[in-house]
Design a protein around this ligand. Sequence first.
Ligand SMILES: [Zn+2]
Length: 400
Amino acid sequence: MSQRTAHPSPSTPLPKWAMGVCVCTVLLWLAASAGFAADPPVSQRLEEFRIKVEKDREQTVLGRVLLDAQDGGLLVIGRDGKLWSVGVDELVRRKVTDEDFSPLSAKALGEQLRGELGAGFEIVTTKHYVICSNAGRQYSQWCGTLFERLFDAFRNYWKQRGLALHYPEFPLIAIVFANEQQFAAFAQRDAGPDATSSKGYFSITSNRMVMYDLVAEARGAAALSATEFQQRLGTQAFNVATVVHEATHQIAFNSGMHTRYADNPLWLTEGMAMFFETPDLNSKTGWRTVGIVNDLRLKQFRDFSTKRRPADSLATLIQSDARFTDEKLAVDAYAEAWSLSYFLIKNRPADYVRYLERLAAKPRLMWDTPEQRVAEFEEVFGKKVNEIEADWVKAMRRLK
Ligand SMILES: [Zn+2]
């Protein structure tokens, strides 16, 4: 088992964020599933693991075992929500404690984050979030308000459509740097080169969002008035959409909608984030833009459809995630994923919810074959892919 992140070679002329491509896709950890039992035992016991994290460095992790591989490897979740895939040669020691596993409190998590990030970082906690930032309270509080509003809007949207979601087991973490340079330096270490040029990312491994102050340049040394602050943010709609996109991933992976390290088709997870990424910065009481047409994605989809969309496009989108990690194909794959998700959520909501439930129940570290993915899709939506495609293309043509 490997603990490292898989990255395609980063030689794209345009940074991924500029094309609306989420770096989450390249942060996915790919693991061989062969060593895991089909029905693994789940332990609630708190254990102490001594793990070799680098050649000459070991770390102690308190957590519980999610999966016990036949080859002696483990998938462990820490008290902060971080996932650790521990190969048999990386496990130095394992000791069962007398306690049951419990997640860290928001306060303890805040202390851990400050310890990790150092002086100058302060903690702002909201109902569901722990925000650790050196960008100042104004920005942290704005993030907290934005996240909480999205959190409520997301849950309400799916509750109304009959999907039961649970509350996050762990406080949701956001690390917010004061500027782009600090963010890039951290992202390089934390997530690799693809993340450094983004406006923020959600790490499925660490369960944390990482981002930076989007109005830092305007702020300079002086504090901005509330009005100035709002005005500056108003000029950053595209970048705020990225933050909302990443925050949607985090909520979806922490509320039982998606399972971390399970087979989540990227068209589905990215389509979900894009469905919510249209920010609503004006309303104080709700999020009125959930599910409005995402103009940027629709424009890209129409361009793709008229100029270069192959006949088997929908099938390839569902079969595998390959198009999302290919730099030349990713932008179109995202647009198509938005379009398909939009169509299914709006036109087939009950079946879409059933599909979400099927995916959420999938085991960790087991990957479906392309044939299984298509078969499941066709079974839930009750039609062949080419029949769905005909309905969808017709609906997309009518969209304004
Ligand atoms: Zn994404």
